[in-house]
Write a new protein. Sequence first.
Length: 345
Amino acid sequence: MRKALSVALLLALAVAVGLLGKAQVPQLVVYTYDSFAAWGPAAFIEEEFERTHNVDVVFIATADSRAMLAKLLAEREAGSQGCDVFIGVEAADLARVKREGLFLPLAREELPWLRAVPQELLVDPELAAIPYEHGYITFVYDSQALATEEVPRTFEELLDPRYRRMLILEDPRTSSPGLSFLLWTIHQFGEPGYLDYWRALSPNILTIAGGWSEAYDLFLAGEGPIVLSFSTDTAYSVIETGSARYKVMLLNNQGYRNIYLMGIVRGTAQAGLAKEFLDFILSPAVQEKIPTTEWMFPANREALLPVEFYQYAVVPPWPVMLSPEEVGRNLDRWLREWSGIIAGG
């Protein structure tokens, strides 16, 4: 009996030590967007970084990137620290992030893999917001629903009544692609011309989804033949299904360039780990997964792309992008004006 009691005590002690050891493992909480966590590189990043750094990485994603950013801003206003790292800020929101002081500025030597990131992607001179991928917002159409000669090729053609209730868009207040298209129309038509364009476009809009995932699900379900999406969608279709059914549609040979950024949330107790985490995301091991999980172009120019990605991912002849500074000065007003047009639609 004494022997059994001793064994039980030893087992209890072992369990206690194990739990204590687990409790001492630091936790790194990462806010991101739903597609990054669901089918993006998050699982690989979590497994590999935990294996090499003795840390518990926790990804939290419940919505589109702009909705998650709103969550982070609300927590900051309430004085709470919900996460250590944020992945998914688009360049259009950079001024807001800087104004709120959300992220810690970094030095180049703290992220060795920054050496492989082209200067044109480094839109934040303080290196508080670090690029990890970039791409182009375009329209995508279902080639089984629209023949090549039926596809609109200019902004003006998109207004044609034959496209009535065919367009699936995303809300610029909550969606990264949605915001990019709004900015694209501002770049194309200026002020107040972009408002006139949206008024004219309204009859052709089938729905405005809250985020990209919702919009693309509707598109795949055949609800509408044209969706606002990314210039890599044909590459996705070919690589994943062997079909080029879903094709990129360039308006005026343009696409809106977007740069997606990540940062270390100010106030974190895990700044050292967070720096290593960001550098790991910039490494080829992660960056080479970006094309076939995020379906974007990697920020690291040394990352290799699949052959089909080179063949089918479209780089628009005329990429356009408003400067983060201009967007920062005007974004709130632009969103209010856009909301007024849609609500009064």
